[in-house]
Design a protein around this ligand. Structure first.
Ligand SMILES: *[C@@H]1O[C@H](CO)[C@@H](O)[C@H](O)[C@H]1NC(C)=O
Length: 801
């Protein structure tokens, strides 16, 4: 092919604005000559399709070839020009076909869009006419008469239309002129030969095409003048039609041509051969020179070449030839399975896309024809995707339900394409689709609420418990961070009580707890994921502090320091079983740790007094007799029931007497009085000062308690138990404490003053005493002091003098 010529034609085509374009259904067609230089602009596809050139790049515009891997054109993403990307040779692409269309597809994403681009390749005159042979031998009988016609095989030009062979020129000579009819060239004898004058002649026949400038091809016709051979072979048909199923086995006889020659002997011996056929066709068919059978030498493919046109030649023994045409129509067999192309896919796809979202585009092609290329596409699996037919042979892959990465994180979608041939062929393709995570799950605690138990006096920093929350989201969307919700517990920030490990959820104590201070509290722990925005949830953690026996019993009465002035009077007439006194003790712990028991561990007369194991009541064991010593001392131990138990002791001084005057100390004093009047006055003075001092102390105390209102003297006797005796925060949990059970008792008390004699009656029975004789504390004060929280908080002390 002449490069110079091609270039000229090309320039011409540009100059004449030969390009044309047509729109159909949003598609675009361009018409341009073959053999354009790489990089030549075919047209501006962005403008022609009404697309914004600036968005081409972001929409990933690209040219896809329709199932063909050779690249002919490309799109310039900066300005939308469609440019030539490879050699486009019309003859190579389309051969003999009258029109040559290259189908390309422009794929755009976001949203997915598909446009067909049809490139109509125009022929240029880049091929010269060509004769099959360089030399044609013709033998002519000398008897041939004027007007005899001798067919010459015509020249062939790969170009089409006006660029195909148009005219023939025969070298000037005396004997022949050229007879040209449609599709045949003949030498017509103009002047008869005389073999004796001219045995042979060589003529040059030139074939010219219609291009400008013209291209030409020549053949030398060598004519030999022979003796008589009157008849040329005659084919039984001018055109043989045959049909051949594709993939027919090699050796299949497609058609049998036959020609007869009326001559006898060598002159009537017909042999067959092909006329001008392409090299390609020559490899497919062979002709039996003797029988005229046209046989298949290799397989034919309908999809590549649906028909063949052969020229066959019959030649008799002396070289007279005639020609016929064989048209072979290849019929389609369903031998191509559909091919599925994944044109576009959004992968991964976010799990929160709404149903109906297009996630991909599928293209199916089947190279067969008619029914054999009708393809149906389907998804057989149970996946939330379906195929929706869109533009010709294209399907959209659409989601049909909400996706949840936590349930299914990826899909292998198998698409099956089946054609309608008989039998049908099918193929399948698996599309892998990952689901991308969205932070759509808050962390969820494993339990609805947590309880933790810790014994008091714990070591700060010890592990209390751990909370766990799960978040099924991915990576940081599922990473859980724990924190304490800011709040106050008993007026102090929660962080001064507990801390939580943000990564593990392990909760540590920050301080040591005191059961006697508080027994439980509640905090809230938040679990938050690391998503954007983060999601969180809360859980409550109740902390219960368990008691430890860390408080020893505290004896309220008699005073543990003990002095002999705190002496109980026991009437001489007391019978066995009489209540003499009571040891009152409390324990700040609770439960078993505060369950007190009383034991006499030492006494002046071990048989005389007993103590109630849990009541602390001291009673006579038998009637008092004259022989009993007047002064009786008891050492009482109070133990709690903790493990190990703690205890306290006190001394109880008892005096068996009906009269204070019998008190030995007083007797001693009276003896002294008799002996010394001075001493008597001194004692009087001392008693006066003591009485005055005691009164003063009582007034001071009274004023003080009145002003503070708390603690207040529980009763106004000399031996009162001011609440100041009570240990701070003394509480009682479940009624096993000392002061709880209701009882009445009479007690004989003495202040140690020789002039005071008090008898107290106290009762815990609610409302058994008149209101005016009942000292009341406010319920809260009382609960604080005695912890009788689950009983009526009213306690009355009746006082009888
Ligand atoms: C999808 O196919 C891939 C590759 O064959 C495989 O590794 C994966 O496990 C498959 N996934 C599912 C959900 O079947």
């Amino acid at each position: 092919m002449g490069l110079r010529l091609g270039f000229k034609v090309q320039t011409c085509a540009f100059a004449l604005l030969l390009f044309s374009l047509h729109f159909a259904h949003g598609d675009v067609s361009y018409s341009f000559p073959e053999e354009m230089r790489r990089g030549s602009v075919i047209g501006n596809i962005a403008k022609d399709l009404g697309l914004e050139a600036s968005r081409l790049s972001s929409r990933k515009a690209r040219i896809d070839t329709d199932g063909n891997d050779k690249r002919y054109c490309d799109i310039n993403l900066s300005n939308g020009d469609l440019i030539v990307a490879g050699r486009i040779d019309r003859e190579a692409l389309c051969g003999d076909k009258a029109s040559c269309v290259l189908k390309q597809e422009l794929t755009l994403e976001n949203p997915l869009e598909l446009r067909h681009v049809n490139l109509h390749i125009q022929d240029i005159n880049d091929n010269s006419p060509q004769f099959k042979e360089e030399l044609i031998e013709i033998e002519i009988r000398e008897s041939a008469v004027k007007g005899a016609r001798f067919p010459i095989e015509e020249a062939h030009d790969a170009d089409r239309g006006q660029y195909s062979v148009k005219t023939y020129n025969l070298q000037k000579n005396d004997n022949f002129i050229l007879g040209v009819e449609t599709n045949s060239v003949e030498l017509v004898l103009d002047k008869e030969f005389d073999r004796e004058q001219l045995k042979e002649i060589s003529l040059v026949l030139t074939a010219l095409d219609g291009g400008s400038p013209q291209r030409s091809g020549t053949v030398v016709i060598h004519v030999t003048v022979l003796d008589a051979n009157d008849n040329i072979p005659v084919f039984s048909k001018a055109v043989y039609e045959a049909s051949l199923p594709e993939n027919a086995p090699i050796g299949t006889v497609v058609v049998t041509v036959s020609a007869t020659d009326a001559d006898e002997g060598v002159n009537g011996d017909v042999t067959y051969d092909f006329g001008h056929i392409s090299e390609e066709v020559r490899t497919i068919f062979v002709i039996d020179h003797k029988t005229g059978d046209v046989k298949l030498a290799s397989t034919v493919d309908y999809e590549t070449t649906p028909s063949f046109e052969l020229r066959v030649k019959a030649k008799d023994g002396l070289g007279l030839t005639s020609y016929a045409k064989v048209n072979i129509h290849v019929t389609d067999v369903n031998d191509n399975e559909p091919i599925i192309f994944l044109k576009s896919i959004y992968n991964p796809i976010a799990e929160n896309v709404s149903p109906g979202t297009e996630v991909g585009i599928i293209n199916v092609q089947d190279r067969d024809s008619e029914r054999n290329r009708q393809v149906r596409c389907s998804i057989q699996q149970n996946v939330p995707f379906k195929l929706v037919p869109s533009i010709k042979n294209h399907y959209s892959l659409i989601s049909t339900a909400h996706l949840d990465r936590e349930l299914v994180s990826e899909y292998n979608i198998t698409i099956t394409a089946t054609d309608e041939g008989s039998p049908p062929l099918s193929s399948s393709k698996t599309v892998h689709l990952s689901v991308a995570d969205v932070n759509d799950n808050p962390p969820v605690f494993e339990e609805q609420s947590y309880s933790a138990y810790v014994t008091e006096n714990n070591k700060p920093g010890s592990t209390l418990c751990s909370v766990t929350a799960r978040d099924p989201d991915w990576r940081q969307n599922g990473t859980v961070i724990y924190s304490l919700l800011a709040a106050e517990v008993n007026g102090a920030p929660v962080s001064s009580y507990l801390s939580v490990n943000g990564d593990t959820g392990v909760i540590h104590t920050v301080r040591s707890f005191d059961y006697e201070h508080f027994r439980s509290f509640k905090v809230h722990v938040m679990a938050r994921d690391n998503g954007s925005p983060p999601l969180s949830s809360n859980v409550s953690v109740s902390v219960f502090i368990a008691d430890v026996n860390d408080n020893s019993p505290q004896i309220l009465y008699p005073s543990p320091e003990g002095n002999s002035f705190m002496t109980e009077l026991v009437p001489k007439a007391a019978h066995g079983g009489s209540l003499v006194s009571k040891v009152i003790a409390v324990d700040a712990d609770s439960g078993q740790n505060a369950w007190l028991s009383y034991h006499i561990i030492k006494s002046t007369d071990p048989g005389l007094f007993t103590i109630g194991l849990h009541s602390g009541e001291i009673r006579t064991q038998r009637d008092i007799s004259e022989s009993d010593s007047m002064k009786q001392n008891l050492i009482v131990a109070v133990k709690d029931n903790g493990q190990p138990s703690l205890s306290a002791t006190c001394t109880m001084y008892l005096l068996i007497s009906d009269n204070l005057a019998e008190v030995p100390e007083l007797k001693d004093i009276s003896y002294d009085e008799n002996n010394s009047k001075l001493t008597f006055y001194l004692i009087i003075a001392l008693v006066c000062v003591s009485t005055f001092f005691l009164t003063f102390i009582i007034i001071i105390l009274g004023v003080r308690f009145c002003r503070r209102r708390k603690p207040r003297l529980l009763f106004d006797g000399a031996v009162a138990i001011p609440s100041a005796y009570l240990p701070p925060n003394y509480t009682e949990v479940d009624g096993t404490g000392t002061l709880r059970s209701a009882y009445n008792y009479d007690a004989y008390l003495t202040t140690g003053s020789r002039t005071s004699d008090f008898k107290f009656v106290s009762s815990y029975n609610d409302n058994t005493l008149p209101a005016d004789q009942t000292l009341r504390k406010s319920p809260s004060d009382f609960a604080e002091a005695f912890g009788g929280c689950d009983d009526s908080p009213e306690v009355g002390f009746g006082v009888r003098c």
